[in-house]
Design a protein around this ligand. Structure first.
Ligand code: G4P
Length: 281
């Protein structure tokens, strides 16, 4: 989490990804279901050209269910195989493996026609930091499956996890970078906690978040903090500070502390299941 990307990091990550792409049939991209667009890497479509594609809407337990379903349909319409996921939970492996095989059907058929039978499909997990890649690999593939160990030839140095006799997963995920240029993307990633708070103006972020909440999830802030949602956003933050006793020495309101508290409540789903962006209609 909280990787600071520099052009050098990105070049290296991209190069590694290009190498790994040669070994695999399907790219499994994890996105955060609360920000399914902002947590998606802008360059992966080029990097993964010609591969089967799967999107896991992860942390779905924290996201608005109705919106997750809209996103599921949106990505499916774009040709992705889509799965809603709480990566911390086990028990979803069978369904995911079945989807991987379905997504790679064309390749399996092609192999068959060439007389190649029972060659396992190879998959790789990718995603920006903090979307749950390691959690997914651990709970999905972790103890239950045997590692295949290094193989000679093309797979030298790579560890594969055998999910069943037909599917293998590269044990290290590909780390992608977010779309930095877009300020909205940065803000939304900051709201979900994927950018270090000390790099941010928390009060500004909290005020934006309040604006979003009163518009799209009316009633939630007033319900939790007993504030008046009709008042100005900055005033509303001050009300939260007052209600929650966030005070500086001398009794001044500590809006920085209130901002932290508000964003923490959102990140830990104390405000309920919330999604910060809609698919384009
Ligand atoms: P990464 O490899 O993509 O960088 O992400 P990682 O697996 O480290 O997950 C980042 C954080 O997200 C972890 O929390 C992890 O527990 C949490 N997480 C992963 N998948 C899910 C999910 O589906 N739902 C929810 N609610 N959380 C998920 P952490 O606080 O950084 O660590 P920890 O407290 O779990 O140790």
């Amino acid at each position: 989490m909280n990787i600071q990307w520099y052009p050098g990091h990105m070049t290296k990550a991209r190069r590694m990804m290009q190498e790994d792409m040669k070994l695999i049939d399907i790219v499994i991209e994890l996105v955060d279901a609360r920000v399914p667009a902002s947590s998606k890497n802008p360059d992966i479509d080029t990097l993964a050209a010609g591969k089967a594609r799967m999107i896991l809407l992860n942390k779905y337990d924290l996201a608005d269910q109705a919106r997750t379903e809209e996103w599921e349909k949106w990505y499916a319409d774009k040709g992705f195989f889509v799965f809603k996921l709480d990566a911390r939970k086990s028990g979803q492996m069978k369904a995911i493996v079945a989807m991987i095989q379905e997504a790679c059907k064309a390749k399996i058929e092609r192999d068959k026609r060439r007389g190649i039978i029972n060659r396992p499909v190879r998959a790789m997990v990718v995603g920006i930091p903090n979307v749950g890649k390691s959690t997914f690999i651990n709970s999905f593939a972790g103890k239950a499956c045997a590692k295949t160990g290094n193989r000679p030839g093309v797979t030298k140095g790579k560890q594969w996890i055998r999910l069943n006799k037909n599917v293998e997963l590269l044990d290290t995920p590909g780390i992608l970078w977010p779309k930095f240029e877009d300020q909205q993307v940065g803000k939304r990633l900051a709201m979900i906690g994927s950018i270090r708070d000390d790099l941010l103006d928390l009060s500004e972020l909290a005020v934006d978040f309040i604006g979003f909440m009163t518009k799209f999830y009316p009633g939630i802030l007033s319900g939790r903090y007993d504030v008046d949602e009709k008042c100005d956003k900055i005033e509303l933050l001050e009300q939260i500070a007052r209600v929650r006793g966030c005070l500086l020495k001398g009794g001044m309101l500590d809006t920085e502390k209130a901002s932290k508290l508000l964003l923490e409540d959102f990140r830990s789903s104390k405000l309920g299941r919330i999604t910060l962006e809609f698919p384009e209609r």
